[in-house]
Design a protein around this ligand. Sequence first.
Ligand code: PLP
Length: 454
Amino acid sequence: MADFETSAVLYRNLHNKFLRLYRGKGSTLYLEDGRQILDASGGAAVACIGHGDPRVKDAIVAQLNKVSYCASTFYTTDVCEELCQELTNSTNGHMTRAYIVNSGSEAMEAAMKLARQFFLEKSPDPEPARSKFIARHHSYHGTTLGSLSMGGHVVRRAKFEPMLLDNISRVSPCFAYRNKDPSESDEAYVARLVDELDKEFQRLGPETVCAFVAEPVVGAALGCVPSVPGYFKAMRAVCDKYGALLILDEVMSGMGRTGTMHAWEQEDVVPDIQTIGKCLGGGYQPIAGVLVNRRVVDALSQGTAAFVHGHTYQGHPITCAAALEVQKIVREEGLLQNVRDMGSLLSARLQELLGSHPNVGNIRGRGLFWGIEFVKDKSSKSPFPATDNVAMEIAELGLTEPYGIAVYPGSGTIDGINGDHIIVSPPYNTTVEEVEKIGQLLTIPSPSNHLTST
Ligand code: PLP
């Protein structure tokens, strides 16, 4: 059993193909064998200010010299409060409280329980019958049982299906490349999706539904898929019609990744509850959070006066110190402007260099969050067989010579509808040179069995 001592060892045993990293600096990853990798994805769109920033290290060390841990039952810390203030300020006052946890999955679990507690405690008319959620197909909301239940990622759910919650149903995502007829206007497409959501509320009984849950730009499950204009506003209207909450999962697409601090800013909606994660701490510490609007906060304040939930490490001072420093760097260096500028360049380069490739079906995204979807046949959009593992093969090939580029793969795993994709999500402080290099490295002809060389 010695090999199973740690999860890392277990994982390595199963795959036996790990590269050993010894250093990360900026956008470059240095491998033990002397090779360098251009990190064009920051893991799963996490490393928003690049690797090894000494300012974050200093902030962590300074906090270690003050308070390294405290139980949130009795204590708060300046650093946690300052981070929460930074986060609520970033919403222009729309979200009034922040709750800090350690992973996106934990944030989603908390969001679900918050929604339920809201309906139990809202005064003067609590609605205890509300316990269901409507989420979307082809979504990913995390790996713990509640968050996995919320997501519609068929393969990640498959083995655990009998253990998943049965109070969650799903409607179609807004996925123009696959689901919108070319002759259909955006308005007509949105109207179709509104109708589907409305019917789902009716089927479940609107008085039993807590919330509609969606990612503003679908990340891991589809590869950076934004919605068409007007979609989220229309979905919000359906939620309002039935008195349900809108929960937006911005774990992957939030905290500046799409060019605005919150992806919902580009949708003309404000959620009731929002989850954030990856680019909150930029990978320097495991941290995620939940932002909550006044409506929900007021209900709880007048009810139990506390969220009936808690983790040993919630609001952890060291994770908060790291995230606060990352957020200050993003704000003080005006990095969101760079996300927009470099995002436009990246999108142009990807379209120009890969758009006409016979196996590139679609390139989509926002800010510095771009997905490239691969297809076997461009005109029919038919995906490669999932067993071919095309996206993983491309990502693994990228890590070899002569490429030396890290992209994030998502395999064509979901009931044959989407194909394989890779995500390109460089840090917010990426440069013109790095964007050009990403383009160059992605277009070195490939010896792959699957992809047709241009
Ligand atoms: N929600 C979304 C949209 C995600 O992309 C992820 C992770 O990829 C999660 C939730 C879960 O976050 P974590 O892996 O930190 O638990």
